[in-house]
Design a protein around this ligand. Structure first.
Ligand SMILES: NC(=O)c1ccc[n+]([C@@H]2O[C@H](COP(=O)([O-])OP(=O)(O)OC[C@H]3O[C@@H](n4cnc5c(N)ncnc54)[C@H](OP(=O)(O)O)[C@@H]3O)[C@@H](O)[C@H]2O)c1
Length: 283
């Protein structure tokens, strides 16, 4: 497997991935970034050299370039690189973009289905993660070996599948954070002390995730909808009458929860009543 690589975009994903690759014996030839502060941080952590431009001599030895800039910058970086080095394996880590934005040569989209909020946490989470791979033969071969080295799992997807794949990943990760904020705000509005309730809510989320692991969906679901407690939902909706933004979110999520339960053959008849109530409020 090609081991001499250059990192372009020394952010959370780029630094973490480079760090673990170096630990597996890969050779990081240089780092190209934007802000000096970030480049210095990356070079210190990765014991690497900063590189000024794409024409640097280090590219003579490079086999792979890891492009971990924000999504919107990948195309521009790749175009410049491809014009200079048509045979280099270019790799990006965007969940959305197809690998063909890396041009006609060897290419790979290597997307870790993981959340990188900061480098330290990412280094703990990265090994054993799940990755999606999309690229040409050479790229896919490299990607599989790298993921296996990280004790991770991979799935090959097509470029057409990527937008919906990425959107679904955002729902699972990003919107979980948003939902937590939603719940925390509600508790605070109810007058409950923020620090205490944060701990309580975290335990609730942990417990729920454990239930999903043990029982899957929708079996992990608890609460008024699956119990058929129509009266409880009615009380919730009374509280939400004055809260226009939250009301819509609640109603849409409740409706989606009903739809999820309807997919199960043995759903209770009370579900019809709850669905009717939600639809009335959505009108
Ligand atoms: N974060 C996640 O959870 C996650 C998960 C899976 C995949 N991804 C993907 O991984 C990629 C990187 O995401 P990230 O969260 O690691 O981003 P990030 O932390 O914002 O890092 C991006 C880095 O690229 C640098 N940069 C920006 N434009 C550049 C350019 N033209 N040339 C060179 N460097 C440039 C930035 O410089 P500055 O320091 O000056 O801003 C920054 O250091 C994205 O494609 C993203 O979709 C992210």
């Amino acid at each position: 497997v090609s081991e001499n690589f250059v990192l372009i975009g020394p952010g959370r994903v780029g630094i973490s991935l480079s760090y673990v690759l170096k630990n597996k014996g890969f050779s990081l030839l240089g780092v190209i970034g934007r802000s000096k502060e970030r480049i210095d941080y990356a070079c210190k952590l990765l014991d690497a050299k900063a590189v000024d431009n794409f024409e640097s001599h280090i590219f003579k030895k490079a086999e792979v370039v890891l492009i971990t800039t924000p999504d919107d910058a990948i195309l521009n970086v790749a175009c410049k690189l491809r014009a200079l080095y048509p045979e280099l394996l270019l790799v990006h880590t965007s969940g959305l973009h197809p690998s063909h934005i890396l041009g006609d040569g060897p290419r790979l989209s290597l997307h870790p289905l993981q959340s990188f909020a900061d480098v330290k946490e990412a280094l703990k989470n990265l090994p054993g993660s799940f990755f999606s791979l999309e690229g040409d033969e050479k790229g896919l071969e490299w990607g599989k070996k790298v993921v296996e080295m990280l004790n991770g799992e991979w799935v090959i997807i097509s470029s057409e599948q990527k937008p919906l794949y990425h959107l679904s990943a955002c729902i699972a990760s990003n919107f979980l954070v948003t939902l937590f904020y939603f719940a925390l705000k509600g508790m605070q509005e109810a007058g409950i002390e923020k620090d205490k309730v944060k701990k309580g809510l975290l335990a609730l989320v942990d417990g729920t995730i454990k239930n999903i692991k043990s029982f899957g969906v929708p079996n992990a679901l608890t609460g008024p909808i699956v119990r058929g407690d129509v009266g409880t939902i009615e009380r919730h909706l009374e509280v939400l009458r004055e809260k226009s933004g939250l009301r819509e979110i609640y109603l849409q999520l409740a409706l989606f929860t009903v739809k999820m339960l309807e997919e199960k053959k043995d759903f209770k008849s009370q579900l019809d009543q709850i669905k009717k109530l939600i639809l009335q409020h959505l009108e």
